[in-house]
Write a protein that binds this ligand. Structure first.
Ligand SMILES: Nc1ncnc2c1ncn2[C@@H]1O[C@H](COP(=O)(O)OP(=O)(O)O)[C@@H](O)[C@H]1O
Ligand SMILES: Nc1ccn([C@@H]2O[C@H](COP(=O)(O)OP(=O)(O)O)[C@@H](O)[C@H]2O)c(=O)n1
Length: 233
């Protein structure tokens, strides 16, 4: 038993394997799981659904407190609702993906969502794996374990493209997917407030040549090492 429920932060750019790794690690270790990207997507979906100009930061900030966003943290069945509506599907559309970086760059949005994330992490009885862009640097700087996943843009684009192809005809091609992904990473890394960044004390893993299973095992080893150290007097 560790001294307190373990908190694990997993950050990195799009397509590095954060969601798949975090869900699997949390499920195997009996921990909760929080997809913070889904929360930013949910608030973006609400803005678009309510006719808010997502390229007007003042307009976004003015209504950022309105939607009630609730995340379910079971890694086997994560959920996300806005004002009681299940938005797990709608938050993955290209419209939301194309608008999310603009909305997530607005400081009032980040303050609100960060508060929500800290409350969820503090309330997780069996510990939690929280994945995103700024978890190790800003949201949970005292996390017990911090991982920063990377992968070559080609590998990340191929992974995303594979996922999109599975959604059926009309999915964007590999070159378009790669371009959109690089553009979103640049926006997320370049914003002023809480950009995508590796925390100084995070363990970096390049997943380009690793299978998902190898990444999961590696993360579990880092967590088990940290738990052993916590137990030492
Ligand atoms: N190490 C890996 N090797 C090959 N495919 C992977 C690996 N990690 C994740 N994937 C696949 O890549 C896609 C994107 O992974 P995901 O976990 O959603 O990344 P992220 O959350 O960082 O955007 C998924 O289809 C996933 O199954
Ligand atoms: N902690 C986080 C997580 C996501 N985000 C924003 O939310 C967007 C969507 O995140 P995501 O994790 O769903 O992205 P994918 O890599 O899964 O496509 C990112 O591109 C960021 O703009 C953020 O700003 N901070």
């Amino acid at each position: 038993m560790s001294a307190h429920p373990v908190i694990v932060a997993i950050d990195g750019p799009s397509g590095t394997g954060k969601s798949s790794t975090s869900k699997a690690v949390a499920a195997r270790l009996g921990m909760g799981y929080l997809d913070t990207g889904a929360q930013y997507r949910a608030i973006t979906w609400w803005m678009l659904s309510n006719g808010v100009d997502v390229n007007d930061p003042a307009a976004v900030a003015a209504v950022s407190g309105k939607p009630d966003i609730v995340s379910g943290t079971d890694p086997l069945a994560p959920t996300i609702t806005v004002d009681g509506t299940d938005v797990a599907g709608p938050i993955r559309t290209p419209e939301v993906t194309g608008a999310v970086s603009a909305v997530s760059a607005v400081p009032a949005v980040r303050t609100r969502i960060t508060e929500l994330q800290r409350t969820i992490a503090a309330d997780a009885p069996g510990g939690i794996v929280v994945e995103g862009r700024d978890i190790g640097t800003t949201v949970l700087p005292d996390a017990d374990v911090k991982i920063f996943l990377t992968a070559a843009p080609e590998a990340r684009a191929a992974r995303r493209s594979g996922e999109l192809k599975a959604t059926g005809p009309g999915a964007p091609d590999l070159a378009a997917t790669r371009e959109a992904l690089i553009k979103r990473d640049a926006a997320d890394s370049g914003r002023k407030t809480s950009p995508l960044a590796k925390a100084g004390d995070a363990t970096e893993m390049d997943t380009t040549e690793l299978t998902l299973e190898q990444v999961i095992s590696c993360v579990i080893s880092v967590i088990e090492d940290a738990e052993r150290k916590q137990r030492l007097p």
